[in-house]
Structure formats: structure tokens, C-alpha cells
Design a protein around this ligand. Sequence first.
Ligand SMILES: Cc1cc2nc3c(=O)[nH]c(=O)nc-3n(C[C@H](O)[C@H](O)[C@H](O)COP(=O)(O)O)c2cc1C
Length: 287
Amino acid sequence: MFEIDKEKCIHCGQCIRDCSAKALEFNDEKIPVINEDKCFKCQHCLAVCPTGALSVCGKKPENSDKIYSQDPEMILNLIKSRRSYRHYKAQNLDTERMNKLKNMLNWVPTGCNFHKLHFAFIDDIEVMNQFRDHVNNKILNALTKKPVQAIIDKFNKNLKSFLNGDDVIFRGAPHMLVVSTPLNAPCHNVDPMIALSYFELYAQSMNIGTCWCGFAQFCMMVMPELSEYLQIPKGYKASYVMLFGEPDIKYARTVQPEPFEIVSVKKGEFKKIGLKDKILRYFWNLK
Ligand SMILES: Cc1cc2nc3c(=O)[nH]c(=O)nc-3n(C[C@H](O)[C@H](O)[C@H](O)COP(=O)(O)O)c2cc1C
């Protein structure tokens, strides 16, 4: 699991310093050794070693990518120019970009480095159309023939468009990604959202349109057959859905959003909180 090239090791101890699991220590020869039981496979030791002396979990330093410095203005422009796309070409994305999107996901961070996310891709428009038709027909049925209140509530604002045959849920997208997580993952509420956030920015950098899809997420909740269709493993929760594909619209400039409330906290006092407020805040935070 852990190999050191003694010729290359300069005994700098960077690997030991950066091991948050405290799994590494020097032996008598000042060579790092590992306690495998403590290691959680984050590979920081591999990444930090200045001379490439260290292999871990079968990963050799020569197979890692170089780190380039990025232009922050370009990254900011990427963030500002990201949009939710609701117009797509009815065609499959080319295989090269599709594979790049899938491959990138291996680098998203997860709490405690718990690498068990599941990504279900609909990467063929024929499959997407079958999925879309199944969901749209079922919703239409629930809105008209045998009205179901929860579905009426959810789609109320879009009722007219829906009944006109607009693809209100899937926005005509040729592809979809559903990210799922085991419920015992230490950060199961957060990991999937981080993954999709990375996904949409990387997609944007390749001129691929994306759209977070709360509507489809709702459908995943109320139609259990969708998780089966997508082969989401037992014990996993489908956490969120993202549509994507070749855009059929081009944005000429960024938007100018209303600012959020962003505050700088100053040094202050920690006040005593009464029991009632403590309980209220506890339940508020649990929501
Ligand atoms: C969590 C989340 C869920 C969303 N769900 C949908 C959706 O179901 N359908 C849709 O058309 N847009 C959806 N959106 C897109 C938002 O409506 C969109 O972000 C907003 O209109 C601002 O546009 P912009 O993303 O281009 O800045 C969702 C966005 C987020 C972050």
C-alpha cells in the first residue's frame, strides 16, 4: 500500500506533516512508514512529496498530473458566465466530451474522503426520451385523469405549459446525471451537491449546457421505478439531478445578480443562550 524510494526521499517530513489521519511517522532511518489502519486514502502524501519518492494505494507519482497555476479572472468569468440552460439540441454529445465529464467526477471532494458516490448517466438521447416520456405521461395523468394533490402543488405554476405539451421537467435535454449517495456517508447531504457544482462548471468550460433539476428530483422521490431504471444501488438515495447537453442558445453576457448578504464577523462576546433559545436553535439547525 505504501512504498518509499529511499534514493529519492529527502527526509523532509512533508508527508508526515500533511497526513491528517496521523498515519505516517519516521522510522529510525528517518524514512516515513505507514499505519495502514489509520490511512483513509486521501493521497495527500503522494501529492505533497517534493521529489516523487512516495507511492500509496498502488498510485505512483509519475502518473499524477502536473499542477498549473490558474488565472483567477478566467475562473471568475467561468463562474459568472455559468447559466441554467433550458434549450438543447436534440442530439448526443460527442463521446470525447462525455468521457471527460465522467472522468472529472473522480476528483470531486467528499467528506472524510468517503468515495462511494454513484453517478447514473443517461448518455444516450434515445434512453433519455424513454425516461422523459415515462415521467411526463405519468405527471400528465396525475394532473388530469386522477389528480394527485402533491403533484398539482409542485407543478401548479407550470400547469398551463405542461398541458400544452412543454417539457417543463427535462427542458428538452438529451442527457441527465443523477448522483446518489449511501445514507451512511458522513456528509451525505453535501457530497452530491459538491459533485454537481464541479460538474456544471467543468461542463460550462467545454460549452456544454447544464441545469439543476429540482423537478426531476421530485419525480425521483415520488416514482420509485425511476431509481430502479437508473440502476441506483440498494441503500443509496438519489440526491440530485442535473440535465445537460449541447446548448441551443448562446448567452452574450453575464447577469448582474442582486447581492447576497455577505458579512465580516468582528470579535465579540459569546452570550449565554437561554434553554428555550438553545432548543429552538437546535431544531432550527436540524431542519
Ligand atoms: C437546486 C436547484 C434546483 C433547480 N431546479 C430547477 C428546475 O427544476 N427546473 C429549472 O428549469 N431550473 C431549475 N434550477 C435553475 C434555477 O431556476 C436557476 O438557477 C435560476 O433561474 C437562475 O438562473 P441561472 O442559474 O442561469 O443563474 C434549479 C437551480 C438550483 C440551484
